[in-house]
Design a protein around this ligand. Structure first.
Ligand SMILES: [Zn+2]
Length: 253
């Protein structure tokens, strides 16, 4: 397993799509080689962030997250990524810009939309490459009218229903064949960890949603990137001081 940073996802996508992204983070050549070795070269890339999926949880839930483990075993790539934040909003901003929070300055949901830094979604769209985002309503605000397809899902107590909607919209936007990059954000694992609920239940929900999304990606010969955003915040639990890492799985399901 190769050790990279979450900051390297955006420059990798930028290079794949042939656009310029201003960041010091380097593209991951191994991912590009894998993408270019496909026939056809994937016409669409789907990036799914699974909130709170860290390396410890990923390797603990081999049965509950069997779909993800299968992708890696079949012919996928697995990377261990250094995280750049302990919170969702700045972490996702870093994943989509390739910049640390000191540069993108998106720390809270109030900052979303105020940053002058464009994400890879907006940059691609400006270059004439249609993109889509499926995420919580606050996160989509700055993207509305900026990118081709925006699906805002309102936050709610029933997080299974929330993730179900994210999955449904992700699958439906894959029917729009002009779309080249899709970003989606699943949150059940994070919610369960904050509430101290049975994480195996959340892992199984996530697993089934990823199975359905992967099927839709496969029908389009697309490439699927799945990563966590930060270390899990577990209720009543403190982990050691080892640096937190999250997995990045790259596959053509
Ligand atoms: Zn998060």
């Amino acid at each position: 397993m190769q050790y990279i940073s979450l900051l390297q996802i955006a420059p990798t996508l930028a290079k794949f799509f042939g656009i310029t992204l201003i960041t010091r983070a380097r593209p991951v050549e191994r991912i590009l080689e894998s993408a270019y070795s496909r026939n056809p070269i994937p016409p669409v890339v789907v990036l799914v962030v699974i909130d709170s999926l860290d390396c410890h949880f990923y390797s603990t839930c081999v049965t509950e997250l069997e779909v993800l483990h299968e992708f890696v075993e079949r012919d996928g790539l697995l990377f261990e990524c250094e995280t750049v934040s302990t919170h969702t909003t700045p972490a996702i901003a870093s994943i989509l810009t390739g910049l640390r929070h000191e540069s993108h300055r998106i720390i809270t949901s109030e900052d979303v939309g105020k940053s002058k830094i464009n994400s890879i979604l907006e940059i691609l769209e400006d270059e004439g490459t249609p993109t889509a985002a499926i995420m919580e309503a606050n996160g989509t605000k700055p993207l509305s009218g900026r990118i081709s397809y925006v699906f805002a899902v309102d936050d709610r107590e029933d997080i299974a229903e929330y993730d179900e909607l994210i999955k449904t919209h992700t699958i439906s936007v894959l029917q729009k064949h002009e779309v080249r990059l899709v970003f989606a954000h699943l949150r059940a694992i994070d919610r369960f960890s904050h509430r101290g609920w049975d994480l195996r239940v959340a892992a199984k929900l996530t697993n089934e949603n990823m199975r359905a999304i992967a099927e839709a990606v496969s029908e389009q010969n697309g490439m699927l990137l799945i990563c966590g955003d930060h270390e899990m915040h577990q209720k009543n639990k403190r982990r050691g001081k080892a640096p937190a890492t999250v997995p990045l799985i790259v596959c053509c399901p």
